[in-house]
Design a protein around this ligand. Structure first.
Ligand code: PMP
Length: 368
């Protein structure tokens, strides 16, 4: 039977299907260089594996619906009130919940362009419009243009630091201005998925500026990056007020974080030595990669995170395909107008950098 697509209740989603096929997550037995998802190249701390094994013995019981042990561990780690933390199935879930909470048809959300793929999804799912504000030449968020893009219809503003996909760190003075000048009718979402890397580079703490903000706000962080737990799916939000924290209860499903994830994430915070090893490796390998690409006439944006964005002297999709086909190195081209020559490469372990640096010069030369 023919389906009338225009009459379908799925119409908004059928017409806004992503054009780019998703990149693979699993490669079976093949060992490839996974530099396309900003994952951590190392396995998690042994403390995590042990905690998960112990929690597995109690899988017949539902998990703690308010994540008590985990929020206690997070509250202690960042000196933040435990009753103003929300945990979720990755910060991805929090991004979707945020849209559900404040957006509806006709509303606007503001985000940098390019930005993380789930910001457009969060807005589109609610029938809202996402206004993307092009980043500066150095990859940083344009503060003036962001503020200028806000209208009376703006209900949500996404700010990312360190920024994905450019890697840049926002200065404290810049963020302070945003926190102060974004009007109270917009929920400010500060996405700090790469916070631990930024801090390791001397990046500032934005919570003091947020405490002075009169309007609503949340900060998003994750265990996916610096704690090597992308597969566990654990993100959390620090909420600016009790009101914001309670509002999230209206849109979230009960038991949204399973028992294994709660136990594993809390255990990750007990092993700061493991996180320090990850941060040190990341800085060393990122600097090797950035130095080599700069020497090859690429413009590498300043990165304070676990990936670099580089402008190549040619179109990046050709290079991304060749790296994949010739060296099993998986990277991403940045899909955004004006970024046709940009590649995003995650930082891996030393052997990933070695493979990249061996393959890159020849591939680049042939692509020119
Ligand atoms: N925000 C940004 C900016 C990201 O880059 C990512 C993951 N790549 C996320 C959020 C989602 O992270 P999580 O794994 O916690 O869902």
């Amino acid at each position: 039977k023919d389906v009338d697509v225009m009459a379908s209740p799925l119409k908004p989603f059928l017409t806004s299907r992503p054009k780019i096929p998703p990149l693979p997550v699993d490669f079976g037995d093949r060992s490839v260089h996974r530099l396309h998802f900003n994952e951590c190249p190392f396995p998690p701390s042994p403390a995590v594996t042990q905690a998960i094994a112990e929690a597995a013995g109690r899988l017949n019981h539902y998990p703690d619906a308010v994540w008590s042990d985990l929020t206690h561990a997070i509250a202690t780690e960042w000196d933040w009130p435990q009753d103003r933390i929300i945990c979720a199935n990755g910060s991805d879930e929090l991004l979707m919940m945020t849209g559900q909470l404040v957006l509806g048809p006709g509303d606007e959300a503001v985000a940098p362009g390019p930005c993380f793929a789930n910001y457009p999804k969060s807005a589109a799912a609610q029938g809202a419009t996402l206004i993307q504000v092009p980043v500066r030449h150095d990859g940083g968020i344009d503060i003036d243009a962001t503020l200028a893009a806000i209208t009376p219809r703006t209900k949500l503003v996404f700010v990312t630091t360190p920024m994905n996909p450019t890697g840049t760190l926002m200065q404290t003075a810049e963020f302070t201005r945003l926190a102060r000048e974004i009007p109270d009718h917009a929920l400010l979402v500060l996405d700090e998925a790469y916070y631990e890397f930024g801090r390791f580079e001397g990046g500032g703490d934005h919570l003091p500026a947020l405490r002075d903000r009169s309007g609503p706000w949340i900060v998003l962080r994750t265990f996916s990056k610096a704690y090597a737990l992308a597969g566990l799916r654990l993100g959390y939000a620090l909420c600016g007020s009790e009101e914001v924290r309670t509002a999230f209860d209206q849109v979230r499903i009960g038991f949204n974080v399973n028992r294994l994830s709660q136990a594993g994430a809390a255990a990750a915070l007990t092993d700061p030595g493991h996180t320090a090893m990850i941060l040190e490796n990341n800085k060393r390998e990122r600097e090797r990669m950035a130095g080599a690409l700069t020497a090859l006439w690429c413009r590498v944006l300043d990165s304070a995170t676990n990936f670099i964005a580089a402008e190549l002297p040619c179109a990046s999709p050709t290079v991304v395909s060749a790296l994949r086909a010739e060296a099993d190195i998986w990277t991403q081209a940045i899909a955004y107008p004006g970024f046709e020559n940009f590649i995003r490469i995650s930082v891996g372990g030393p052997e990933d950098t070695d493979a990249l640096l061996a393959a890159f010069p020849g591939i680049l030369q042939r692509a020119l």
